[in-house]
Write a protein that binds this ligand. Structure first.
Ligand code: UT7
Length: 330
């Protein structure tokens, strides 16, 4: 009997730039304080990619190279590279192409995927479909965001939240039931006005006016996004457990998007998970958008065991949200 092909995660890579932006640094830049940031978000410091001309591909490329090194493969063996990002190096061509060029992945086709903070989740499900179809053998999904390139460092409501980083995974075929088991993904464009970049696209191209009005920075209405995020992430994670006949006891790890510790706690509560089963690194990196989930996997790689059931969950701009169930392969 031919066994079903699933897409297993066979390697993880990550990259954070060395420069730190701490809460104490932000206190000198805007009217904020360490206590407010810690209690409202859980963030203590974030990383910032510095250097003229440095871009999201400079975060993604080392993360993918680390993954290749760990798996012992040449980048030329990669069939497809999906780069999840809201801060592409440029509007076109895709940052995926630039990463492939920088690492020598000359046999891969690549494209960018924009689902904001849910990007990595959407990317994993998309990449897994390429593997499950039998068409490709090595698919890389990399979340890479240089959020500092679109943050207004005079706006205290957003500048405390975001950081720069990349995380990547390799997907390969598996015939023993490991890998992506199920996903629930959702989009609702009616929520787009709560969290977005107003200008720079075809609707409102860059002009002196858009620059003067600071319309190329992140715009967020924090409270409504918070409310939708708590409900969206918790609902979908609970639904994923229910339809797979699982309870919190069956889950080894929740890997939540790291936007706000309070949103993460609400999701874990709803799933009946104790805090020790929740991957958390928001205090060190802040919200790195598409990179948060693979960066958690990278940070916790020594704590995951073969056969562990893991739930990835995210909520972000768009709105986009979802949850995925994974059986860990190595
Ligand atoms: O990853 C993509 C999805 N994004 C999210 O999931 C983010 C969701 N939203 C949030 O995480 C929270 O809404 C924030 C962390 C952004 C804000 O926390 P909040 O508890 O919703 O605060 P708030 O916006 O209700 O503001 C409360 C007060 C306000 O002052 P008044 O009006 O009560 O006097 C703000 O002006 O806190 C003030 N405030 C600050 N104070 C010190 C806002 N930002 C700051 C700050 N430092 N940085």
């Amino acid at each position: 009997m031919i066994k079903k092909t699933t897409a297993a995660i066979t390697a993880v890579g990550g990259y954070v730039p060395p420069d730190k932006l701490t809460n104490a640094d932000l206190e000198k830049m805007v009217d904020t304080n360490d206590e407010w940031i810690r209690t409202r978000t859980g963030i203590v410091e974030r990383r910032i990619l510095k250097g003229e001309g440095k871009a999201s591909s400079d975060l993604g490329a080392p993360a993918v190279l680390e993954l290749c090194h760990k798996r012992g493969i040449d980048p030329k063996e990669i069939d497809c590279l999906i780069c999840c990002t809201v801060t592409p190096d440029m509007l076109f061509p895709a940052t995926a192409n630039i990463i492939c060029d920088k690492i020598g992945a000359t046999n891969a086709f690549g494209f960018d995927l924009n689902a904001a903070c849910s990007g990595f989740l959407f990317g994993v499900t998309t990449g897994a479909a390429f593997i499950e179809s039998g068409r490709y053998k090595k698919v890389v999904v990399v979340g890479a965001d240089k959020m500092s390139s679109i943050v207004d460092y005079t706006d205290r409501t957003t500048c405390i939240l975001f950081g720069d980083a990349a995380g990547a995974i390799l997907l390969e075929p598996n015939h023993e039931g490991y890998g992506l088991l199920d996903s629930i993904l959702k989009s609702d464009g009616s929520g787009r006005h709560y969290l977005y970049q107003k200008a720079g696209g075809s609707q409102r191209p860059a002009s002196h006016e858009t620059v003067d009005n600071k319309e190329h920075f992140i715009y967020q209405e924090g409270q409504p996004v918070f409310k939708f995020a708590v409900k969206g992430m918790a609902d979908v994670s609970a639904e994923l457990l229910e339809r797979n006949n699982l309870t919190g006891d069956d889950i080894a790890w929740l890997v939540p998007h790291q936007a706000n510790k309070r949103i993460i706690d609400a999701t874990a509560n709803r799933m009946g998970l104790s805090p020790d089963k929740v991957m958390l690194n928001i205090h060190r990196y802040g919200n790195t958008t598409a990179a948060t989930i693979p960066l958690c996997l990278w940070d916790y790689k020594h704590d995951i065991n073969k056969g562990d059931l893991i739930v990835l969950a995210a909520f972000g701009g768009g709105f986009t949200w979802g949850a995925s169930l994974i059986k860990w392969e190595y």
